[in-house]
Design a binder for this molecule. Sequence first.
Ligand code: ATP
Length: 366
Amino acid sequence: MFAETSAVLSTTSTTAPGESALEVAGLTHRYADTPVLQELELQLYAGEYACLLGDSGSGKSTLLQLIAGIERAQHGQITVAGRTVADPARRLHVAPEDRGLGMVFQDQALWPHLSVQGHIEFPLRARRQPIDRQALADLLRRVGLGGLEQRRPGALSGGQRQRVGLARALAGNPRLLLLDEPLSAVDTAMRSELRAYLKRLFNDLHFTALHVTHDPDEAFELGTRVGVLERGKLIQWGTPQQLYRYPASLNVARLSGACGVAVAECLERNGNTAQVRWQEHIHTIPAHTDIRPGPAHLLLRPDALRPDADGFAAQLADARFQGDRWLAQVRIGEDSPLPVHLRDTPGPGLRLQLRESLAWLIPITQ
Ligand SMILES: Nc1ncnc2c1ncn2[C@@H]1O[C@H](COP(=O)(O)OP(=O)(O)OP(=O)(O)O)[C@@H](O)[C@H]1O
């Protein structure tokens, strides 16, 4: 698989898997008096597909433009494949075309007069790199554009145009591929088809990517690493499993999957766990480092509660059959409904036990 990769993308040197592909340190940015990014720190290794999740206006596009060099950095450093490309303290700003990056945009930014072939040759011609027609034909075939080489954008579907943008960005063999909401301008059916393409292409070619999106499903389906940006601050950056198991905030918990929230009383913290009172019992629960004695949010994924005849009394609020199990919503005491996976058809009254090691305690924040 990897030998095939180098045949397809052989025009510039790539970063070896596991080496640092991107480092962003202390990046702070403002437009006039408005802070957009605050002290951003992130690191991406070669061979990773990172997805950065954030609401509209959280600063996602600004970050990509700073990495690409389209926007000039004001504070902090950006290093791509071991080479610092932006460091305003040293007046260093490497031009966008010299950063070895590929970019895919929401609106594709295709040229109406250029054919598909013309588009994918463009970055190579611009950098005076040799054109390996066999490798480009292979790339077009991989993105499902084989046979459409002479078509112009006006004669392509939305999904095909998006794939031209992707092939153009990959043809230059970038050290890092930046994707700015690449699937948001296409309809739902096309979006899931393109997601599958991206996933297959990444598994085949092992490129390194930073993909920004506001769609949690997209981020958690594609990302080998996921970040959550809130109002210019990176709240968490980790594997999907880390975000699911140890979310840093309520928002991250909800973005990363079904999650119930209960209020518990932290009595004492001991290293990575805390003694917690919930439903008149004392539990030992894995806890966030900012946890202090007092009220706290107890986060419960659907597997954190299990049926047990000696457990708490719970009332069934709702249940949905999921093929091999039920996803029920239950009420325990005063807490809002909590999700629970159940194997058997649930009745109205249930008894459930807390699986302490699968719960997670975070501070209550405004
Ligand atoms: N060139 C600019 N001049 C002034 N303000 C800007 C400029 N570009 C972006 N902004 C502002 O900076 C903030 C962050 O914008 P940015 O486009 O980075 O967010 P985003 O997360 O990509 O949002 P979206 O998902 O809507 O594209 C917004 O409040 C936006 O209005």
